[in-house]
Design a protein around this ligand. Structure first.
Ligand SMILES: Nc1ncnc2c1ncn2[C@@H]1O[C@H](COP(=O)(O)OP(=O)(O)O)[C@@H](O)[C@H]1O
Length: 285
């Protein structure tokens, strides 16, 4: 059954603040760490009442973390930081890391914690210089070790775990298309999975590009069937334990996607207690 139960924990929303999330465990960690493992970059640990939301999106490859994290980031006015995008930017550059990363990513393996934290800290530092506050992280943390490092430097208010059946994930990855000019993601897959053993069926219409993007569409080099299956295997092994890690902290919100964006987006807002943000939804689309 689709998990659309509202997240019961109160959390801080910028501008229209409902109430403040406070975690005594996180506060205890915060007092213990004066130095940051994020290289030379030190995240300033601030009271949730003085900053925007700090959320994490979990979910298997192809589930739509990027789509929904990006929409929420527009809605809430916080940056959407996807470590996969940071890795792909590095791949596209002629930097020294590029060759090493190409091999790892094209095998569906995880990049080392050292490299990923260095890319993330540079991105956070650049954002802080521009006056950014808060974030929605997508693709980080991906291991318990990364989660512990993150917890050592800042507080996470909420973790949204998006879920879809594995057969849908593979179809979605194989259907993904990216416009090389505008950078937007589309999907040519038409998903129709029948309900089984009490779980509902799922239908997702393709998300087709406008005519102006048609001739510029490409695929990610790691979206081949073999590599997608390896990414799913690694996700189940290394990232799934994060669900228990954050569940035990009372921060995990499970969300079974009921379909494509038109069905899922309003239900996600409802689950996050953001459905009265109607007037802001137009800016997120
Ligand atoms: N937190 C991370 N730790 C290690 N490697 C990462 C991390 N985030 C991204 N990567 C690397 O970048 C690739 C692409 O990431 P992403 O776009 O998030 O992929 P996915 O669609 O598999 O979730 C991953 O397969 C991995 O090699």
């Amino acid at each position: 059954m689709a998990a659309i139960t509202r997240f019961s924990k109160p959390f801080a929303i910028p501008h229209i603040r409902r109430c403040f999330y406070s975690s005594s465990a996180a506060a205890a960690v915060s007092n213990q760490h004066d130095t940051s493992p994020f290289g030379n970059y030190k995240i300033t640990r601030r009271d949730p009442s003085e900053r925007n939301v700090q959320w994490v999106f979990l979910g298997s490859p192809g589930v739509g973390k990027g789509t929904y994290a990006s929409r929420l980031s527009n809605l809430l006015g916080v940056p959407h930081i996807a470590t996969g995008d940071l890795v792909r930017e590095e791949l596209a550059s002629s930097g020294t890391l590029s060759k090493q990363l190409t091999e790892i990513v094209n095998q569906g393996k995880l990049v080392s914690d050292e490299i990923i934290i260095s890319l993330l800290s540079k991105r956070l530092e650049a954002g802080e210089t521009k006056g950014e506050s808060g974030f929605i992280l997508d693709g980080f943390p991906r291991t318990i070790n990364q989660a512990e490092i993150l917890e050592g430097v800042t507080d996470i208010d909420l973790v949204v775990n998006l879920r879809l059946p594995e057969s849908v994930l593979i179809e979605k990855c194989l259907g993904r298309r990216i416009c090389s000019q505008c950078g937007k993601n589309f999907n040519v897959a038409s998903i129709n999975v029948k309900g089984q053993n009490g779980s509902p069926g799922i239908s997702m219409a393709p998300l087709l590009p406008p005519p102006s993007c048609m001739s510029k569409l490409g695929t990610r080099s790691d979206d081949t069937e073999e590599v997608v299956k390896e990414r799913l295997r690694i996700y189940n092994e290394k990232s799934q334990p994060l669900e228990d890690y954050y569940r035990n902290q009372g921060k995990l919100m499970e969300f079974d996607l009921p379909g494509g964006i038109p069905e899922s987006w309003p239900k996600l807002l409802e689950a996050l207690n953001l459905d009265d943000f109607d007037e802001r939804q137009s800016v997120a689309a």
